[in-house]
Design a protein around this ligand. Structure first.
Ligand code: TMP
Length: 211
């Protein structure tokens, strides 16, 4: 990269089965084809010690209180922050599947206080853009059976979507909402066009923190 140019922090958010994984893969492939330095990441990052506890919780082999698992998800982001920062400053664009907003949405959907849920996220790197893939939970459920993981139930996902909607309207300056029920190629084209404009714009901006 040219001196002083940083990469962009781009997050995909949405309910389970909203197409985040497909869309992040398509975006990474596109950027690679254009020789943009890019890396895919996802949270929870399940390989660390904390990540392994989260994995045991999600696969129902371990029970933890709602508060404890919430803080574990947040700690899992914090333990990777220096690494993310370094990569961005080296000029790498990061395409991240889920971030703080999933942390808030899934825990607030269980009934935890929204502000309490957001508090441990303050100070983490602020994304340059969040691509929110939105579709009614009933549509997502009809894409095939939800899997075996703890949160994969249509009624719960509907509550999660409501919290995402609330965050989306609050953070409208960098959130982009998409209809997740449209064909994947159409969605990809819209995401690609926003990313195209975003990368040169943020390259000379300092990194910001969630406040
Ligand atoms: P994944 O399917 O994207 O790996 O995410 C696993 C589940 O964890 C998914 O149902 C969303 C949930 N989750 C939280 O509850 N809090 C968080 O902070 C994150 C990142 C995910």
């Amino acid at each position: 990269m040219s001196a002083g140019k940083r990469g962009a922090l781009i997050i995909f958010e949405g309910c389970d089965r909203s197409g985040k994984t497909t869309q992040s893969r398509l975006l990474v492939e596109l950027l690679k084809s254009k020789d943009v330095p890019v890396q895919a990441m996802n949270f929870p990052e399940r390989s660390s010690n904390i990540g392994q506890v989260i994995n045991s919780y999600l696969t129902n082999s371990k029970d933890l209180s709602d508060e404890v698992i919430h803080l574990m998800f947040s700690a899992n982001r914090w333990e990777h922050m220096n690494q993310l920062k370094q990569k961005l400053l080296e000029g790498k664009t990061l395409i991240v599947d889920r971030y703080s907003y999933s942390g808030v949405a899934y825990s607030a959907a269980k009934g935890l206080d929204f502000d309490w849920c957001y508090a441990p996220e303050r100070g983490l790197l602020k994304p340059d853009a969040v691509f929110y893939l939105r579709a009614p939970a009933s549509d997502l459920a009809s894409r095939g059976q939800y899997g075996e993981e703890r949160y994969e139930k249509a009624e719960f996902q509907e509550r999660v979507a409501k919290v995402f909607d609330r965050i989306c309207s609050k953070e409208a300056s960098y959130w982009h909402q998409f209809d997740a029920s449209q064909p994947a190629e159409d969605l990809h084209a819209q995401i690609a066009s926003i990313t195209d404009e975003l990368l040169p714009k943020v390259a000379t901006q300092p990194l910001d923190k969630l406040s």
